[in-house]
Design a protein around this ligand. Structure first.
Ligand code: NAP
Length: 305
């Protein structure tokens, strides 16, 4: 079995880990003209990779989101497999809980007060005032919901098809988006980027949130219409935003998000790819495919995720 690795990262530890789990396999870093492989492990692979690698039985994406990969032309019957959690879920949960609690417990305010030696206590928090709405109740959204639940916030969730999660008021489809937004004060975005979800967070939808709303975007930058978010923050209708993902990454130096007093920027680190978890998951899936067994995480190309 031959595995081709094509990602913009140091390949050495990946090759070593793959080789350790699959000693019989030939694992190579892809280069133009490389031998045709049976399986590919990719992140931001160029079109040339798919033009040349015509014998693949499956391509494994080194992330959960496949929006960039789906821009590539490839055989219609080639299975695209995305990561299912693989160590990202706990990180996403940490990130959201941190941003949520930093906002609701006024930690930014205390940091500012400390600069001036100011000792001032805010009123006691009522969690019922901060219903958390999670867009996307998939592998990562569900884990975020569980983690947030631990702190006693009311939780709402929105998905494409109907879902049932204990302790979560579940909404689904475009028809129920309005009701979901109207009951949400802290909006957490965990949707995949598809033609249906691109620009979903715009003036119209963000205005439907409870007054003083807060946005935590850890999905994709193209879900958000930047100008609309900025104008709602400037007018005070929205209280703030913690943003991990952007339309252009790295976020350009001149982008207003960098300096906006109500925006916290992080450099797309909410859920990092964890080498050991990722390799173990991909290896298990390759072994299952070789035995003709079904695997989780095969992307539905028509659906876009
Ligand atoms: P997933 O398991 O595929 O879940 C996607 C969820 O979104 C599902 O609940 C799905 O509904 C819902 N959804 C999709 N299209 C929708 C639509 N048009 N309307 C309403 N709901 C819709 O994905 P995941 O593994 O949780 O990952 C989510 C996203 O997180 C990824 O696509 C990626 O963009 C992002 N991500 C970001 C980072 C980071 O570091 N910032 C790291 C990892 C992932 P159904 O349940 O009905 O299918």
């Amino acid at each position: 079995m031959r595995i081709s690795f094509c990602a913009q990262t140091d390949p050495a530890p990946w090759l070593a880990a793959l080789q350790q789990h699959l000693p019989q396999a030939q694992v190579d870093v892809w280069h133009s003209g490389a031998a045709r492989a049976d399986f590919a492990i990719v992140w931001a692979a160029p079109q040339q990779f798919f033009d040349e690698q015509t014998a693949l039985q499956a391509v494994f994406n080194m992330g959960a989101g496949v929006d960039a990969l789906l821009q590539r032309q490839m055989r219609a019957d080639l299975p695209i497999v995305r990561l299912n959690d693989a160590g990202m879920g706990v990180q996403m949960a940490e990130y959201v809980c941190h941003a949520l609690i930093r906002h609701t417990r006024d930690f930014a305010l205390f940091e500012a007060q400390a600069q001036h030696g100011l000792w001032q206590e805010p009123p006691v928090l009522d969690r019922a005032d901060f219903p958390v709405g999670i867009l996307g109740l998939g592998v990562l959204g569900e884990q975020v919901a569980r983690a947030v639940q631990h702190f006693g916030f009311p939780i709402l969730g929105w998905s494409r098809t109907a879902r049932q999660l204990d302790g979560v008021r579940c909404f689904h489809s475009q028809a129920q988006l309005e009701a979901f937004l109207a009951g949400t004060r802290v909006l957490v975005n965990l949707l995949p980027l598809t033609p249906q979800t691109e620009n979903l967070l715009n003036r119209d939808t963000l205005s439907q949130l409870e007054p003083g709303a807060y946005l935590i975007n850890i999905a994709r930058g193209r879900h958000v219409v930047d100008e609309d978010l900025l104008s709602l923050l400037d007018s005070g209708q929205m209280a703030g935003a913690t943003l991990d993902v952007f339309r252009t990454e790295p976020l350009p130096a001149e982008h207003p998000f960098w300096r906006h007093p109500r925006v916290t920027v992080t450099p797309h680190i909410a859920g990092r790819t964890v080498l050991q978890d990722t390799v173990q998951q991909i290896v298990a899936k390759i072994q299952a495919l070789q035995k003709g067994q079904p695997i989780e995480g095969v992307v539905d190309r028509a659906r876009g995720y």
